[in-house]
Design a protein around this ligand. Structure first.
Ligand SMILES: NC(=O)c1ccc[n+]([C@@H]2O[C@H](COP(=O)([O-])OP(=O)(O)OC[C@H]3O[C@@H](n4cnc5c(N)ncnc54)[C@H](OP(=O)(O)O)[C@@H]3O)[C@@H](O)[C@H]2O)c1
Length: 450
């Protein structure tokens, strides 16, 4: 029997408007697939006088979100307001009232995920968040459901479309970061204040959600040092290209080898299994032959390696009105089906599992690196830098001093073997002190996907 489910949409901006519009367009199609009719009966905005560029389709438009949440006819609440203050109150109020919530808010989940999941458990209502990571790519469903039989040994993501657009154009045109950023702002791909995107914070929020889902403990992203793309220059794009790489803002989540037990046989701090995970978000050299190197413009991609399935790839638009609305619709369908089946938590939003529990400190993460220095062009410079690297046990796999650079300062590029980030940082600190080193060094991870 067809059932009507009433949805209160809080926030009718880019995504909220897209959701209302998509339900108007495809609501009938969804109803024929689900046997449930989804209807937006309330729409909550800050400014009720603002003209909307979509058909509100008979929904009651108001500014009082509490009234919409507690309305006994509201079956599902969709939070598309953004931010971490009012949005947190909205989600908590709905969950405490036992109403399922759909959100696209990665900043909120990143900051208050544990509290919200606890509220969902206590309220007996579910929290759905497909649109919070990688926009239209159904990666949450993949992690939670499709790959449920796998241990995720590694996941790599290009998770921020703004950064990917800027890096793609820098590489194609040899353009400066600031020039492309201005274009991105003009085209609506970057905010007036772009820091959340270009400083890697948005990608970090998403990486934290994916890491938590994959490994069964809530990863505190405050313990991860995200690096953004402001330090990437056309020179680095050029040199990395000549070395066979493309620079991407890459989130890497890896299951690491167990820590050696402490002397005396004490179990390592990392929980019963001693396993640890690393999470990094930073500009990374990706080999040109790897599929992630060809993900360009505003597109996102997530590459997931499961111990049973092997390598898998998910690609699509990581943001935007329609792509994000598509993921919200998927969550709405799940929420409606769960309500119909009386299973308010068929699959709880986040299930703590495994005893891993340990996130590696950023300084302990081992990786290869690309290091570009500006140095005074005179004999003995290379030997002095190599000596500092050797002192930290950092091997050099190649050194390039490109032709055609003349003057007081010339670029010198090192590809460094695997070393901990703290060893590389210590070496860099000493290298910076050399009088022959001029200008700001560039240090990026190199990912081999092994
Ligand atoms: N934009 C994307 O492509 C995208 C992609 C993935 C995820 N997300 C996430 O989706 C969420 C929404 O993003 P968005 O881009 O759609 O934001 P947006 O365009 O700024 O829209 C925000 C909406 O919330 C309303 N609002 C703000 N404060 C309110 C309050 N106190 N009470 C009631 N309504 C309030 C605004 O009302 P007025 O219209 O009256 O100002 C507006 O309609 C965010 O969490 C974002 O991170 C966005």
């Amino acid at each position: 029997m067809m059932r009507q489910v009433n949805v209160a949409v809080l926030g009718a901006g880019t995504v909220g408007g897209g959701v209302v519009d998509a339900i108007r367009r495809n609501g009938r199609l969804m109803a024929s697939r689900l046997g449930i009719e989804l209807g937006v009966h309330r729409l909550v905005v800050r400014d009720t006088r603002k003209r909307r560029d979509f058909d509100t389709n008979g929904a009651k438009v108001g500014a009082d979100w509490r009234e919409a949440v507690v309305d006994p006819r509201t079956d599902i609440v969709v939070e598309l307001v953004g931010g971490t203050t009012t949005a947190r109150e909205m989600v908590l109020a709905a969950l405490q009232a036992g109403k399922p919530v759909v959100t696209a808010n990665k900043a909120l989940l990143s900051a208050h995920g544990e509290e919200l999941f606890a509220a969902a458990r206590e309220g007996g209502a579910n929290l759905y968040y497909e649109a919070s990571v990688a926009g239209g790519i159904p990666i949450i469903k993949v992690m939670r459901e499709a790959l449920i039989g796998n241990r995720v040994t590694a996941a790599y993501g290009i998770l921020n479309g703004t950064c990917n657009y800027i890096l793609t154009r820098m590489r194609a045109e040899g353009a400066e970061f600031e020039t492309v950023l201005k274009d991105a702002q003009r085209l609506g791909y970057a905010e007036a204040d772009p820091s959340l995107d270009v400083d890697g914070i948005d990608a970090l929020h998403k990486a934290g959600i994916l890491a938590s889902l994959a490994h069964g403990f809530w990863v505190d992203v405050k313990k991860v040092a995200a690096e953004g793309i402001r330090g990437v220059t056309p020179l680095d794009m050029d040199f990395s290209g000549r070395l066979g790489y493309t620079i991407k803002l890459l989130a890497a989540i890896k299951l690491e080898a167990p820590k050696a037990p402490a002397r005396g046989g004490k179990a390592a701090k990392a929980g019963a299994s001693g396993l640890r995970i690393s999470v990094t978000v930073c500009p990374t050299l990706v080999p040109n032959h790897h599929v992630l190197a060809s993900v360009s413009d505003v597109f996102n991609a997530v590459f997931v390696r499961g111990d049973i399935v092997g390598d898998t790839l998910y690609y699509g638009r990581g943001a935007g009105r329609n792509a994000t609305a598509s993921s919200v619709l998927s969550d709405l369908a799940d929420a409606a089906l769960d309500l119909r089946c009386g299973e308010r938590q068929r699959l709880p939003p986040f299930v703590p599992h495994e005893e891993f529990g340990a996130l590696m400190a950023p300084g302990d993460v081992v990786s290869s690196h690309y290091l570009r220095l500006s140095v005074t062009d005179k004999p003995g410079v290379l030997a002095r830098i190599a000596a500092i690297l050797a002192k930290e046990q950092i091997g050099i796999s190649s050194v390039i001093q490109p032709e055609g650079h003349e003057g007081a300062s010339v670029p010198l590029i090192f590809m460094l073997h695997h070393a901990t980030r703290s060893a590389v940082d210590r070496a860099l600190k000493s290298i910076r002190r050399l009088p022959v080193v001029t200008g700001e060094p560039a240090l990026f991870r190199v990912e081999t996907f092994e």
